[in-house]
Ligand binder design. Structure first.
Ligand code: NAD
Length: 523
């Protein structure tokens, strides 16, 4: 009884070209393993960022529909959490296989709705797939502990599911971030209500289809849509016990505060301003390739994009014109085009915001060494284009430095010493990731010890840890002081609560006539 899915989720490799013929099917929601058309009258138009053609409409679901999703997840919880971890793990293995089989379809949906290049979209899927693969080891991760705490007495600890959990996702990784949540939340025995970004829900819809095909029971994974109203529902609905959020500080701080005030567990990864410090003793070629890739790849719309370069000393500063030459030669084009290095930015408003931040840098006295404003690829004149941009002579008070730009813009600051570079980076309020380029082990080690960022790359531009570790931003880049991080063992801890059981099988006082009222000492 499914409604028809929009072509954004079914079309590869030909239909994306003929999407106008699709008559713009609305994106359905996913409830109890069915795709359902919302009865709402409020929709959010979703345009292809490369053309600005309407490709689907995303419903702002009604209150009754949202309540039904919560009820479905709640109804599914008792039976799902009672299944064995081995069973849940076996479904996860199937899910992993299906993601692999549908990899191209997922990537195509991402390119169409989000704009990133197909090669980059494949990476988006891979980084999520790896979390699902790691979740197949849940039986190890869920093991508790046991200790004979005293003679005849032992304590065991168990990790138990929380209940219904919610996830609120950003636009920039339409597959990876839902896959930070779906595998770990479900394999630990929870049921899930996930809200993809209203700007690109297609990949999440495909994942829903794969969840069903893998054999997950009805109500275990539900996909809801909308913007603030849906977020507020997730924040306030009492059956939802925990919330995973990834996105901007504006939304995330609100979500963390309101969710926490409602007594929910919240994990929230927020914005960033990632710095790369470059030392003259580095491998220059590797540094140049790394920074160009990490600053401009995905049109700079990665939370771990290297958006700020700190040149240490005059020699590295003198490399910047060459860097600009490399950036200028990147191919900015529709994401499906062969050889495209970066696609459009997500929305006309994003383009406007990015361009206004470039203009503010100019007004504040910085130099626009490479200006990507006004660029348009011939075949896609109506897309949201910003070409690679490099701003030099930037000072820490400038708006282009204090704000997250989230576009293909690299800002460059110059310092004289490693100490100054560390001080500058540590003074920034964000602390998602940072990188240093050097061949000196001693320099790298000093940087590693003193730097205040959650994810440090030593000659690695985007040091996002694989799923056997956790995503570890700090400072303003993560809410709640970073207590709850995504995936890895901390991800399993987030989605479970501990129960400890202390047992005594042979009562030591079985023959005693007097109760012992002193605190037990376990001697
Ligand atoms: P966003 O905050 O605008 O949206 C994220 C989600 O929150 C969406 O589902 C949206 O519907 C909802 N939302 C947006 N504004 C809201 C509001 N005022 N109230 C309630 N809900 C709201 O973020 P985005 O533009 O989709 O994503 C880009 C941001 O995400 C960047 O700041 C980027 O650094 C950050 N990000 C961080 C990480 C990380 O792990 N640290 C990863 C990816 C993206």
């Amino acid at each position: 009884n499914d409604v028809r899915l929009p072509s954004t989720t079914t079309s590869y490799p030909t239909e994306h070209i003929t999407k106008a013929a699709d008559k713009v099917a609305d994106t359905p929601y996913f409830l109890n393993n069915r795709f359902v058309a919302s009865e709402t009258t409020e929709f959010i138009d979703l345009h292809d960022p490369a053309t600005n053609e309407l490709i689907t409409r995303v419903p702002q679901m009604t209150d009754a529909e949202l309540k039904a999703a919560a009820a479905a997840a709640q109804a599914a919880f008792p039976a799902w959490s009672a299944t064995s971890v081995i069973h849940r793990q076996s479904l996860m293995f199937k899910f992993v296989g299906l993601i692999r089989e549908n990899w191209e379809r997922l990537a195509a949906s991402i390119t169409l709705e989000q704009g990133k290049t197909l090669a980059d979209a494949r990476g988006d899927v891979l980084r999520g797939l790896q979390v699902a693969e790691a979740a197949c080891g849940a039986s190890e991760l869920l093991k508790g502990e046991v200790l004979e705490v005293a003679k005849d007495m032992e304590t065991r600890s168990y990790r138990e599911a929380l209940g219904v959990v919610g996830a609120i996702c950003p636009f920039n990784f339409p597959a990876m971030i839902p896959l930070w949540c779906i595998p770990i939340a479900t394999v630990t025995g929870n049921t899930l209500i996930l809200k993809p970004s209203e700007r690109d829900p297609g990949a999440a819809m495909i994942l829903a289809e794969l969840v069903r095909e893998a054999g997950f029971p009805e109500g275990v994974v539900n996909i809801v849509h909308g913007s603030h109203k849906t977020v507020d529902f997730i924040l306030d609905e009492p059956v939802i016990k925990a919330i995973s959020f990834v996105g901007s500080n504006k939304a995330g701080e609100y979500i963390f505060n309101r969710g926490s005030a409602n007594g929910k567990r919240v994990q929230a990864n927020l914005g960033a301003k990632n710095h790369a410090a470059v030392l003259p003793d580095c491998n220059k070629n590797h540094f140049m390739n790394s920074v160009v890739g990490a600053a401009f790849g995905a049109a700079g719309q990665r939370c771990m994009a290297l958006s700020t370069l700190v040149t240490v000393g005059p020699e590295t500063e003198s490399w910047i014109p060459e860097l600009a030459e490399m950036a200028k030669n990147l191919s900015v084009n529709g994401g499906f085009e062969a050889g495209a290095d970066l696609g459009p930015v997500i929305h006309p408003q994003s383009k406007e915001r990015i361009e206004s931040l470039i203009a503010s840098a100019e007004a504040e006295g910085a130099t626009i060494l490479l200006d990507g404003r006004g660029f348009k690829p011939e075949k896609y004149p109506n897309g949201n284009w910003v070409g690679p941009t490099i701003i030099t002579n930037v000072k820490p008070h400038m708006k282009c430095y204090t704000e997250e730009i989230f576009g293909p813009v690299l800002v460059v600051l110059n310092v004289e010493t490693l100490d100054e570079a560390i001080e500058l980076i540590n003074s920034n309020e964000y602390g998602n990731g940072t990188a240093i380029f050097t061949r000196s082990g001693a320099t790298a080690e000093t940087f590693r010890r003193r730097i205040e960022a959650g994810q440090v790359g030593i000659n690695v531009p985007i040091p996002v840890p694989l799923p056997m570790f956790s995503f570890t931003g700090n400072k303003k880049s993560i809410a709640g002081g970073g207590a709850n991080t995504f995936y890895g063992r901390p991800g399993v801890n987030f989605y479970t609560q501990q129960k400890t059981v202390t047992s005594m099988w042979q009562a030591a006082d079985a023959l005693s006539q007097k109760a012992d009222v002193a605190m037990p000492t376990h001697s």
